[in-house]
Ligand binder design. Structure first.
Ligand code: G3H
Ligand code: 13P
Ligand code: ZN
Length: 314
């Protein structure tokens, strides 16, 4: 069942976070639904602009509608990830998405507010919720001075003003994470201190953490041992997810870790089965591994086992 994130966030706030997973194809879709059903978790499907154009935007829509029929007990939101104005409007008018992200975080503060408010008005008129972003995501390098790094993080006072003036339903905050497999060059981690300040000024308001893949070191080692070259890859400590959730993070975005599963499965499979040229055996291994990956992430997020109580709230 497709829902907006509103109810999911109400159920989770302060206790656990909902996993927001990016998909691009059939095998990911199948593994995603199976993993969430196996772990009895509500979830968010994220579709990026790149995913929409990988084949055709209607292909992913068709896959998700079919998965909804195959897994009638699943409860999930369909969310546009990192949308620009044009893509948000297309998704709002599609009648399919239940949530969009307008990402104008690269714009100056006032312009970000103007663009976000416009999308909020269009989306709310159709019952669709909006995630916005304030601050700049970026990996923390050890050589960068603390005040320079802090300048890119979300300013808590600005965050409160931004939410008030835009009417957005959730806010992606920059607290030291970045997208991809190379997040930190030293011992840095999520800036829970900044998150705490934001929560104090926005109590009860759902916050979103992007760039949350943990880039498991055993996964990286297996990829490298099977011919990959991902030296120095490093991610977020998944044991901090619940602490972040207590500080108001209700949605945690994970894409890179799923790509690492895909890479490990394919590299190892073709290394070990050089004679194989059939796409289905490897596809089946990937779907199984992807489902296991989703279920184990949901344990870390605290969303595993929460499906029955969320269903009661709907
Ligand atoms: O934040 C970006 C997501 O990982 C999606 O990546 O734009 O390559 O699909 P993508
Ligand atoms: P990762 O690259 O850490 O998986 O982040 C994904 C993300 O933030 C999608 O919006
Ligand atoms: Zn992101």
């Amino acid at each position: 069942m497709i829902v907006t994130t509103k109810k999911l966030f109400e159920a989770a706030y302060g206790k656990y976070a909902i996993g927001a997973y990016n998909i691009n194809n059939l095998e990911q879709t199948m593994g995603l639904f199976r993993g969430n059903m196996d772990s009895q978790a509500p979830f968010i499907i994220q579709i990026s602009k790149g995913a929409r154009s990988y084949t055709h935007k209607l292909m992913l829509e068709g896959l998700i509608r079919s998965a909804d029929a195959v897994f009638p007990d699943a409860v999930f939101a369909v969310h546009l990830d990192h949308g620009d104005e044009e893509t948000c409007i297309d998704c709002i008018n599609s009648g399919f998405y239940s949530s969009v992200m307008i990402d104008a975080s690269h714009e100056p503060f006032e312009k970000n507010i103007e663009i976000t408010r416009k999308i909020v008005e269009l989306a709310h008129a159709k019952g669709i919720v909006v995630e916005a972003e304030l601050g700049q995501l970026g990996g923390v390098e050890e050589h960068v001075k603390v005040d320079e790094a802090d300048a890119k993080l979300t300013n808590p006072e600005q965050a409160a003003e931004f939410v008030e003036r835009t009417g957005c339903d959730s806010l992606a905050v920059a607290i030291g994470t970045s997208h991809g497999a190379f997040k930190f060059s030293g011992n840095q981690s999520i800036r829970l201190d900044v998150l705490e300040q934001i929560q104090k000024l926005l109590p009860g308001f759902p916050l979103v953490m992007h760039g949350s893949s943990s880039v498991p070191q055993d996964e990286v080692e297996r990829i490298n041992a099977a011919g990959g070259n991902l030296k120095g890859a490093k991610g977020v400590d998944a044991d901090q997810f619940l602490h972040a959730a207590q500080l108001g993070v209700t949605k945690i975005n994970i894409d890179t870790d799923g790509r690492l599963v895909w890479t490990r499965v394919h590299r190892e499979y073709f290394r070990d089965h050089p004679e194989n040229f059939d796409l289905r055996p490897i596809g089946k291994v990937f779907m199984d591994e992807y489902a296991k990956f989703i279920a184990s992430k949901n344990q870390k997020l605290g969303s595993a086992g929460k499906l029955p109580e969320v269903k009661k709230m709907l």
